[in-house]
Write a protein that binds this ligand. Structure first.
Ligand code: SF4
Ligand code: SF4
Length: 258
């Protein structure tokens, strides 16, 4: 949501018209939801969702490897992914280009949190030229004044430098050949494991069986066996609430491997 608004604000500063359309659900912060941006030299009158985008940006590293994120992408379009590997190693194929940037590592090193929405915008600026780096910087500092804004600008600049240039998508998997990713509020109905960027791991020796994690988990992903927590990773979305609530720091968030 924030990334779409920052793009819209940046191009508006440059004299164009833009529209950011967020799709809200009830997920944890950073969970995969969808937002759309339209940009034009004339006022934008359309108000519907974008079904055939010119560019798809995926800021979630787990979803970045799934071909369905490119569904609807126009021929010759660009798929910009948050992945720690070059476009040539991405498994997705089609008549579009792929560019990649390790926005999660950049965010962890600059913001100390895996919030990748500003980092990916630096990559977007570099590979598309649609919004200038300076305009995005101004939009970020306007939204996040002070030190937080400066750190986000650092993330933006690093991604601008570190993004891999676009390459033709030559991977074996095409959009539509696997189950679509689960986005926008289906956690109760389906597995949410493919959202997870960080995975909670319990140190049972340290656990004092207080049950706080079991009580507070919003996905009822934790059950108790012999008074000790057991996490169902098909239900766990990696929100970190159990980590926060544990009074003896018996739960640690580990980064998922990609
Ligand atoms: S187990 Fe922990 S990280 Fe997973 S959904 Fe529950 S509270 Fe969130
Ligand atoms: S909150 Fe921590 S100490 Fe309490 S049951 Fe869960 S893991 Fe054990």
């Amino acid at each position: 949501m924030t990334a779409s608004r920052l793009i819209a604000e940046a191009v508006a500063q440059e004299g164009r018209y833009a529209q950011a359309i967020p799709m809200y659900g009830t997920e944890r912060r950073g969970a995969p939801v969808t937002a759309y941006v339209r940009i034009d030299g004339r006022p934008v009158r359309r108000r519907d969702l974008v079904h055939e985008p010119d560019i798809v940006i995926v800021i979630d590293p787990i979803l970045s490897g799934k071909p369905s994120v490119a569904a609807g992408l126009k021929s010759g379009g660009l798929l910009l992914l948050n992945l720690p590997k070059p476009p040539e190693e991405v498994e997705i194929g089609g008549d579009f280009l792929i560019s990649t940037v390790d926005a999660t590592t950049i965010a962890l090193e600059t913001l100390r949190r895996p919030i990748t929405n500003t980092a990916i915008l630096g990559a977007f600026s570099k590979v598309t030229g649609i919004a200038k780096l300076e305009s995005l910087k101004e939009a970020i500092l306007h939204r996040f004044p002070g030190e937080i804004g400066e750190r986000n600008v650092e993330a933006l600049r690093r991604a601008y430098k570190e993004v891999y240039p676009p390459k033709p998508a030559k991977g074996p998997l095409r959009p539509g050949e696997e189950e679509p990713p689960h986005v926008t509020g289906y956690g109760v109905l389906k597995s949410v494991a493919d959202w997870r960027v960080f995975k909670p791991v319990v140190d049972l020796d340290r656990c004092i069986s207080c049950r706080f994690c079991w009580i507070y988990c919003p996905e009822t992903a934790i059950s108790l066996v012999d008074e000790k927590p057991v996490i169902d990773y098909d239900k766990c979305k990696g929100c970190g609430i159990c980590v926060h609530e544990c009074p003896v720091k018996a739960i640690e968030l580990m980064r998922e491997t990609l």
